[in-house]
Design a protein around this ligand. Structure first.
Ligand code: SF4
Length: 476
């Protein structure tokens, strides 16, 4: 397919050349020849770049290579399945570990664990015309067939993320008088948003960010700490893979905060996108629909999972809803059954309020997509942000629309997204505090709610990243 960027570009500021946004906006060096204010860059159909030299010849330019640390989370390449340049984590890495296991001496093998996100499951269900439960069982069968030992569901770890978010909000709301930056609490489950916050408004935004780990990273703690202990294994002898709806999750898994120095291992070793799972199925010549379903695995031996479960409140995890209902009950003694959203500028910026005696006592919002995020940040900077809590997600329409989800060439994006949303909402929901095994794990694994151990394993911290000096001129 011809690159949409085929042709000749005329550049007048040539210290750095910025590639097309679908690739990477990290700058590439282009020689600035004396006496010339203009250089010509020719782009071939295959996406190669050539600098047109003064004598009329061409010189091939090196394509920008990006490591996870360099990434600007520009949402160009990071959320685009076709052109992503991230190489450190891929389905090929998973394959390498599985292949190495086949020839490894006993005792040298890795225990391979895959944790699947409910958003990826819904996307695969739409692709194969299956219901979510069959998809979960057939995916389990597929992964086990290729050599994976356990397949878990990150809805389980999301129970902890939601409960910790509820607790954190109530604490910060009660303590707001003592801290100017206690509120609003800005949700932290989306690494695209976190990366943006750290790299563009670091020290200003960080105090507002929820410290709760995302479901992926809570799953990392569960697998490398709780499950490793159950299996009498060290964390480094488990290879933990997650299946996620976006590339940004790879950045999240690579954060130094989730790396164990003691064992030289990550909580999540490898993140593969929904699209990469589809590729893996194709490479193995397997159609998910034709596989015999397998029973679902459960992290807790005392809990047997017959079918997947989910949470209320939409495809991005339901943070707003869970925190809102809990806060209304805890702080004002009001039981809220149904949440009514009020759309603001667009359907990706909505708010919810709780009134008591004619006064707004809780004011929450959901802001999805960078356009709305920028708007929110402006409000905050001008001191005109009325919200107590904001569920912030980098993707328009949220996680079901993540850049790593499957596309269908013959189905318009909107129609496909609706189908994925319907499938996602078909899954039985439960309140996180009632989910089987959660209270037991708080007791036995975390030594109680609010313990030092719960703080260490379920929360994280953020770091302002100094702006790289470049002539990128990116306006966030
Ligand atoms: S909103 Fe998009 S970038 Fe953020 S976690 Fe969800 S899928 Fe990933």
């Amino acid at each position: 397919m011809a690159s949409p960027f085929s042709g000749v570009l005329q550049l007048t500021d040539l210290d750095d050349f910025i590639g097309p946004s679908q690739d990477c906006i990290k700058p590439m060096k282009v020689d600035k020849r004396s006496g010339s204010g203009v250089a010509k860059i020719h782009i071939e159909d295959d996406g190669s770049y050539f600098q047109v030299t003064q004598d009329g010849g061409t010189r091939k330019l090196e394509k920008a290579k990006i490591s996870l640390d360099d990434c600007l989370a520009c949402s160009g390449c990071v959320t685009s399945a076709e052109t992503v340049l991230i190489t450190q984590q891929s389905h090929e890495e998973l394959r390498k570990v599985i292949d190495a296991n086949k020839t490894a001496a006993p005792g040298q093998q890795k225990l391979v664990v895959v944790s699947v996100s409910p958003q990826s499951r819904a996307s695969l269900a739409a692709q194969f015309g299956l219901n979510p439960t069959d998809t979960a069982r057939k995916l389990t069968a597929f992964f086990k067939k290729i050599g994976v030992h356990y397949v878990f569901d990150t809805s389980f770890s999301r129970n902890f993320s939601l409960l910790e978010s509820q607790r954190e909000f109530v604490q910060r709301f009660r303590g707001q008088a003592g801290s100017q930056q206690a509120l609003p609490v800005l949700a932290s489950a989306c690494p695209g948003w976190i990366c943006y916050a750290e790299k563009t408004h670091g020290s200003f935004l960080i105090p507002y960010l929820s410290t709760v780990r995302s479901p992926q990273q809570v799953m990392g703690s569960l697998v490398k700490d709780f499950f490793a202990q159950q299996q009498h294994l060290t964390p480094d002898s488990i290879y933990h893979v997650t299946v996620m709806p976006c590339y940004d999750k790879k950045l999240e898994a690579s954060r130094p905060d989730f790396f164990s120095q003691d064992y030289q291992t990550r909580d999540v070793d490898c993140v593969v996108t929904t699209g990469e799972v589809f590729k893996l199925l194709e490479e193995e010549g397997v159609s998910l629909s034709e596989l015999e379903p397998a029973p679902l695995d459960s992290l807790c031996s005392s809990v047997s999972a017959q079918e997947p479960s989910s949470h209320r409140g939409g495809g991005s995890g339901g943070y707003l809803e869970h925190v809102f209902q809990h806060a209304a009950r805890e702080l004002f003694g009001i039981h809220v059954d149904e949440i009514t959203y009020r759309p603001l500028r667009n359907k990706d910026f909505q708010e919810v309020t709780l009134e008591k005696e004619g006064q707004i006592v809780l004011h929450f919002a959901a802001a999805y997509g960078f356009r709305n995020i920028q708007n929110l940040v402006q409000k905050l900077k001008r001191g005109r942000c009325p919200y107590h809590y904001v569920e912030v997600m980098a993707c328009p329409a949220g996680c079901l629309n993540g850049g790593g989800q499957l596309k269908a060439p013959n189905t318009p994006g909107k129609e496909l997204l609706q189908r994925v949303e319907t499938l996602y909402s078909m899954v039985r929901t439960e309140a996180p505090e009632d989910a089987p095994g959660i209270q037991e794990l708080y007791r036995c694994w975390l030594q109680g709610e609010g313990s030092e151990r719960a703080g260490r394993l379920l929360h994280t911290s953020y770091h302002a990243v100094e702006k790289a000096s470049s002539s990128l001129g990116i306006r966030w």
